[in-house]
Design a protein around this ligand. Sequence first.
Ligand code: ZN
Ligand code: ZN
Length: 156
Amino acid sequence: MGRIVNEIFIPQWKIDGKRRPLPPLYEAVKNYGEKNVYFDKPQYVDKGFCLYCGKKITNKRRKSYCSDKCSIVFQNTTVWHRGRGAYGTNILYRDNFTCQDCDEFHALQNEYGVYLPVSDGQLDIHHIIPVSEGGGDEPKNLITLCRECHKKRHKK
Ligand SMILES: [Zn+2]
Ligand SMILES: [Zn+2]
């Protein structure tokens, strides 16, 4: 989304004055290499227990979830970042949903008290060298911070 001015495409984030979004995952892979961009999704439930409700899986044919219902809810909660947000999500995986300044853990906790590999909404991805000073989107320049610590970094 954006607007065309004098035959030049102006992206929406420039019009709104918002932060520039991270590139989509395929572009990050192309620019920085697959192994620098992909990080394992953290898992907060032991093997043999349902990833969503945390109960022991009794059905031998099931591996990750106790039921179809848990599987669907888990997918719906965690697998929506296929597009633009996916690269940022990988950075959150790398940093284990933990603020790299104050060490606070910010994975979403569901109604069963189980943590899911998704942000609770209090995390930002920060450019260590700001974009305005030539900082890029490479994984080394990105860091997970909580809202409070993010504000503090920008005050400095
Ligand atoms: Zn379950
Ligand atoms: Zn923090």
